[in-house]
Ligand binder design. Sequence first.
Ligand SMILES: Cc1cc2nc3c(=O)[nH]c(=O)nc-3n(C[C@H](O)[C@H](O)[C@H](O)COP(=O)(O)O)c2cc1C
Length: 173
Amino acid sequence: MSLKTLILYSSVDGQTVKIIDYITRSLEGEVVHYNIDLDPFVDFTQFDKVLIGGSIRYGNFRPNLIEFINANKKSLNLLPNAFFLVCLTARQHEKSAPSNNAYMLKFDKLSQWHPQLKGVFAGALLYSRYNWWQTLIIQFIMRVTGGSTDKSQDIELTNWARVDAFTSKFLAL
Ligand SMILES: Cc1cc2nc3c(=O)[nH]c(=O)nc-3n(C[C@H](O)[C@H](O)[C@H](O)COP(=O)(O)O)c2cc1C
């Protein structure tokens, strides 16, 4: 019987989904995706492995993500499991690992599930999609963290080699 992998995600502008699609291309067997923000019913007993990915906005995970995880912690723990987050601060080396990224430390406090494998990936800066106040917030974040405030350009900051390394570890679980 072939491996069946469950992937759950919470994404607003699509970069987490893009990372998940990229990881999925390296996975063996069947892969099923669910959007946590649509409050899916998930039968965990159908799966052999689980991966969850979620993005950061305004310093937080979306509330659905933590609620879903805590409501399903027992089922998550019964499978080989992994989690990654996507944010902008992870583009900086000193904030790019699960051990030094403030949002992962926040996850560790909020989540009652402690994944076997954790990843932190830089996301995308999509100025062309943001409204004026989102643009201001992002420019503020970028200004205080020394990034690009040039709103004429979208920039993908995801380091795909890091995603590859994470995927290899996920395959080995
Ligand atoms: C309105 C808004 C607020 C954000 N707040 C943060 C933040 O507080 N910290 C951070 O590191 N990244 C922040 N980001 C960056 C996102 O995490 C990044 O763009 C990521 O790629 C989004 O992933 P998604 O497209 O899957 O939602 C924010 C982005 C937006 C649009």
